[in-house]
Ligand binder design. Structure first.
Ligand code: TYM
Length: 341
């Protein structure tokens, strides 16, 4: 168990709610891989318990959980370098979530914009799980005493709440036990936008499949989606300032920049003054060169589901070496009696 000063430890998670988008890849997984190679201890989680806050068909959830694990590995996450887990395999996540439900305030949860977006007009009919979801997310992170959490921009508010929960727990129990986590929201792809509307986030739940690129799309589909992507009629500017008020142009350039690991300035130096009819084929070629190998490897890995289950079981065993002592200590701090031996 780590105590202050906390050693750097990275944690992040993705919901297996069906289909991985280019937004998930660039905003999260690609960055997970970079952090894995940078000397941090890294833990990455498939958050199946989060997924059921909205209805999931059980067979599809099983499939999507394995497919997400395949997506992690195909993108470069290595089960020997990172701990890869499925959330429901590590019961301490939900145990700590209950304690945090008793720390977090109803008013804090009511401010969460993601709850408002997902529950929509009919919030009374949303599941209780959807409402208290951010306390489980805080528990996911803090049950590892994780210090750094790479995410896309849409998760920022949840991470602020995670900090508030840690601060209140430490304050209420007068102990410096949980770290105050740093969100890591960096790079040009922290908010990849819809290909149909540059003001909306690219999302797996958008009714239009043309709005997103899925990691399982074949080369032809990727090219078609980029060809049909909404743009304006001007040429690309030579400098970032020229993309102000041009959300679709900005989005495609950001995607190119993130896929090619080049700054936006370099992309615009190469493409400034050229039309989208030139830029789109170049972007398609680049996207296919990155996504196709991942998609092929995902299909390969999915042909051996027993191996995926073994990898996740191994991850859970490693994870519990960290989570069990932290949970035990949390109960001790809160005054719960330990079982007699
Ligand atoms: P989820 O499953 O919606 O998304 C997973 C990750 O992908 C990022 N992301 C994007 N990034 C850039 N552009 C986009 N269009 C885009 N769409 C999604 C998200 O920001 C996220 O990083 N609540 C989380 C899962 C979670 C979690 C955690 C994350 C549960 N526990 C603990 C971090 C730590 C979620 O629903 O992500």
């Amino acid at each position: 168990m780590t105590y202050p000063p906390f050693t750097p430890r990275v944690f992040s998670g993705i919901q297996p709610s069906g289909g991985l988008t280019l937004g998930n890849y660039l905003g999260a997984i690609k960055r997970f891989v970079n952090m894995q190679n940078a000397d941090f201890e890294t833990i990455y989680c498939i958050v199946d318990l989060h997924a059921i806050t909205v209805w999931q068909n059980p067979k599809e959830l099983t499939h999507n959980t394995r497919e997400l694990c395949a997506g992690f590995i195909a993108s470069g996450l290595d089960p020997k370098k990172s701990i890869l887990i499925n959330q429901s395999h590590v019961p301490e996540h939900t145990q700590l979530a209950w304690v945090f439900n008793c720390i977090a305030r109803v008013g804090w949860m009511q401010r969460m914009t993601q709850f408002k977006d997902k529950a929509g007009k009919n919030a009374q009919k949303a599941s209780l799980g959807l409402f208290c979801y951010p306390a489980l997310m805080a528990a996911d992170i803090l049950i590892y005493h994780a210090t750094h959490v790479p995410v896309g921009e849409d998760q920022k508010q949840h991470l602020e709440l995670t900090r508030d929960i840690a601060i209140k727990f430490n304050h209420d129990y007068k102990i410096d036990f949980f770290p105050i986590t740093e969100p890591v929201i960096e790079g040009t792809a922290t908010k990849v936008m819809s290909l149909r509307d540059g003001t909306k986030k690219m999302s797996k739940s958008d009714p239009s499949d043309l709005s997103r690129i899925n990691l399982t799309d074949d080369a032809e589909t990727i090219a078609k989606k980029i060809r049909k992507a909404k743009t304006d009629s001007d040429a690309l500017p030579s400098e970032p300032a020229g993309m102000k008020d041009r959300p679709e142009a900005q989005n495609l350039v950001n995607i190119y920049s993130a896929l090619s690991d080049q700054p936006v300035e370099t992309v615009l130096r190469d493409f400034g003054g050229r039309q989208f009819s030139d830029f789109k084929p170049a972007l398609s070629e680049l996207a296919v060169s990155v996504i196709s190998p991942i998609s092929k490897e995902m299909t390969n890995l999915m042909s051996d589901s027993a191996e995926i289950d073994r990898i996740l079981t191994y991850g859970a065993e490693q994870a519990r070496e960290i989570t069990e002592p932290i949970m035990k200590k949390t109960y001790e701090i809160t005054g719960m009696i330990a079982r007699a031996r």
